[in-house]
Design a protein around this ligand. Structure first.
Ligand code: SAH
Ligand code: SF4
Length: 431
């Protein structure tokens, strides 16, 4: 069986081509090449149209049963039933946090688990230097509850503001960054294209997702083929139709793969810089020994971003390691001339970690230093473990500071009490 979500629309059309062959007792191609070419063109058009119809059914209308695709012929539906399967992820855990963050743990066919997390806009916006923290009413305005599927119209009308899903690209990760829990676990396996695409599909069946970030488990560019192809499918305007600005791939810095990504798909790029000197970076990110900061930043300069777009530099702040004013000054110098913004991520402490999170004051000072030099720097401050967003990294990236009683109904689900076991899940899951 072929898995539908592993196919681009063009590949699906190719697959459907033999079914579109126009049978006729007279074979024009035998004696008339021009007629044959015409016929071939017609058949290809027909196959492409069918592929488009199927993309609409699955990715826009969320229909996963071939029999319900009423505008396809019975023959075609039967053929699809026998040859192509629509993959589903099994929900193992679906957990709503007080702040509106919603975590999904999916079980794969080999019983391994991966994680996707939905993060409402209110948690990502703001925090830019100069702007005030969001007010309660602003938060409530953006963190509206929704129940089940929303129509595309609702997304287009911005009714929900921004709703980002953070997806995984591998089970575990081979890059062994010292501060990261996933890194400590090592790589189990790459995710297949369809396992990546379906994280977006499944979450979109449940919520009106507007943005995608590859910041869950794994190093996306270590799994370039599957990630690039998944991006292509996600961006297909006949499919889920995400815009290139709304899909961001985050990498620890695999330089040749950054170049290759830029050639294959048009998506936004985030770089986990995390340090300002090679010595410092190599100490926490082994990848830096292969491609140092200069090589990495050169790759950023080469990346075909297009006008009015910026690279995001992620900077995990580790207490007394990379949080000094000298670091801030070097960061300004390093990123000079690269259209970019900086995302400061105060370290999310996990058991066994050798690092600590800097104080809020230190983070603010660092941010202010950057802001004073006209650098856009956002900061995500998480205030402890009072909620259930059981994902270390993500929670740290997107913050949990402003969870309120009112937010708990986001997605119409009840918040569960923080229990010992939930705490344990948190420690075991993403870094
Ligand atoms: N492998 C990719 C994407 C996944 S990691 C990458 O490294 O870019 C997503 C982000 O989480 C990275 O910027 C990483 O630096 C950050 N991160 C990992 N562990 C963290 C922790 N314990 N606290 C804060 N941020 C963390
Ligand atoms: Fe892998 Fe990213 Fe974690 Fe590094 S930070 S170990 S690249 S997931």
């Amino acid at each position: 069986m072929i898995v539908f979500q592993s196919l681009t629309k063009a590949e699906l059309a190719e697959l459907l081509l033999p079914l579109s062959r126009i049978r006729s007792s007279r074979h024009p191609e035998a004696d008339d090449p021009e007629a044959a070419a015409k016929l071939e063109k017609k058949e290809r058009k027909q196959a492409a149209y069918r592929a488009q119809q199927i993309f609409h059914w699955v990715y826009q209308r969320f229909v996963t049963d071939w029999d319900q695709m009423t505008d396809l012929s019975k023959d075609l539906r039967n053929w699809l039933k026998e040859n192509v399967t629509i993959f589903r992820l099994t929900e193992k855990v679906s957990q709503q946090a007080l702040d509106g963050t919603h975590k999904f743990l999916w079980t794969l066919h080999d019983q391994k688990t991966i994680e996707s997390v939905i993060i409402p806009a209110a948690l990502q916006e703001k925090d830019e230097v100069g702007s005030d923290a969001p007010t309660e009413s602003e938060l409530m305005g953006q963190g509206k509850r929704f129940s089940g599927r929303e129509t595309k119209t609702a997304i287009d009308s911005q009714k929900w503001g921004r709703l980002t899903v953070c997806i995984s690209s591998q089970v575990g990760c081979a890059m062994a960054c010292k501060f990261c829990l996933t890194g400590v676990q090592g790589l189990d396996r790459h995710l297949q294209t369809h396992e990546i695409v379906t994280q977006v599909l499944e979450t979109r069946m449940r919520a009106p997702i507007t943005n995608i970030v590859f910041m869950g488990m794994g190093e996306p560019l270590h799994n370039l083929d599957n990630v690039a192809k998944a991006c292509q499918i996600i961006l297909d305007q006949d499919g889920m139709g995400f815009s290139k600005r709304k899909v961001t791939v985050s990498t620890s810095g695999l330089v040749p793969a950054i170049d290759e990504l830029g050639k294959r798909v048009d998506v936004s790029l985030a770089i986990s810089l995390n340090s300002t000197t090679d010595e410092q970076r190599s100490a926490i990110m082994p990848v830096n020994k292969k491609w140092n900061i200069k090589a990495l930043l050169d790759a950023c300069r080469r990346y075909p971003l297009g006008p009015h777009r910026r690279i995001t530099f992620e900077y995990v702040m580790l207490k007394d390691f990379n949080d000094s004013m000298e670091d801030a000054a070097r960061l300004v110098a390093l990123t000079k001339g690269i259209p970019s913004k900086i995302n400061l991520i105060p370290f999310n402490e996990h058991s066994g970690a050798e690092f600590k999170r800097p104080s809020d004051e230190v983070v603010k000072k660092f941010q202010r230093y950057l802001g004073d030099r006209n650098i856009t720097a956002t900061v995500r401050i998480s205030r402890g473990r009072d909620i259930l967003a059981a994902c270390g990294q993500l929670r740290s990236i997107f913050g949990t500071a402003r969870g309120t009683e009112k937010h708990k109904d986001w997605a119409g689900l009840k918040v569960q009490a923080v229990t010992e076991s939930a705490q344990a899940t948190e420690d075991q899951s993403l870094g």
